[in-house]
Design a binder for this molecule. Structure first.
Ligand code: SAH
Length: 222
């Protein structure tokens, strides 16, 4: 377990992390695997040093390059909505800091993550290597194209918003697969669950969202 492994190595944030987990529970997150992922994942390692003391606040925080690490409650809702059993192969579009990648690695079997900004991808890779995780693979590139080499995916998490789901991502979903993405224009995104069933593709709205733009070939015009 990450928490156990880090506690002996100068992890003085355990109490804050426990409080964050309690806040998530108080706000309706009941999925034990999801709560455990937050309890085990050291968010303070994924935020810039200058704001490390704020790492366990339930807020989005800047991670450099105009990007943000999402609010924990939002990330928790993402994980709950995808109904992980621990068996899934997951594609994440937008590694960012790598924090959500680590959460996904705790609740799914294998995580494939794609980031287009080299500095973010390299920083995330370095951090993820320090954690006792062996189920994360990372690609530097345009995530709107997916990662065809390892498709199909049982779950796809798009951590940035755009007008429509990039068609390659639909193509890389397994039958019965689930995809989450904030869909819509910048100021009016709707977090949308897309499920691929034998009868077609079904969209369910899960509420308003506010994410950075999904750039790239099938994303927002840069
Ligand atoms: N969940 C992340 C935050 C993601 S912010 C965390 O926990 O830190 C959204 C990320 O998506 C940014 O890092 C941005 O660079 C990335 N992104 C935007 N468009 C992308 C694309 N087409 N392919 C891959 N990554 C993209």
């Amino acid at each position: 377990m990450v928490a156990a492994r880090l506690s002996g190595a100068g992890d003085t944030f355990g109490g804050y992390r426990t409080r964050l987990v309690e806040q998530l529970r108080a706000q309706g997150i009941r999925d034990l695997a999801v709560l455990r992922a937050f309890a085990e994942t050291p968010r303070h390692l994924f935020v810039p040093g200058a704001i490390r003391h704020r790492a366990y606040e339930d807020t989005a925080l800047p991670i450099g390059g105009g990007q943000t690490i999402s609010r924990p409650l939002t990330q928790a809702r993402y994980l709950v909505a995808l109904r992980f059993t621990g068996q899934e192969r997951v594609l994440e579009v937008g590694t960012g800091s790598g924090y959500q990648t680590a959460l996904l690695a705790a609740v799914a079997a294998q995580v494939f993550t794609v980031e287009r900004v080299r500095e973010l991808a390299e920083a995330a890779q370095q951090l993820l290597r320090q954690l006792p995780l062996s189920n994360v693979s990372m690609l530097l590139g345009d995530g709107t194209l997916g990662w065809s080499a390892y498709a199909p995916y049982d779950a796809i998490v798009v951590a940035a918003g755009g007008p429509t789901v990039p068609p390659p991502l639909i193509g890389q979903m397994a039958d019965g697969g689930r995809l989450l993405m904030p869909i819509g224009p910048a100021q009016a995104q709707v977090l949308t669950l897309v499920e691929r069933t034998p009868g077609g593709v079904r969209h369910t709205s899960l509420g308003d969202a506010s994410f950075v733009p999904l750039l790239g070939e099938h994303g927002v015009d840069a």
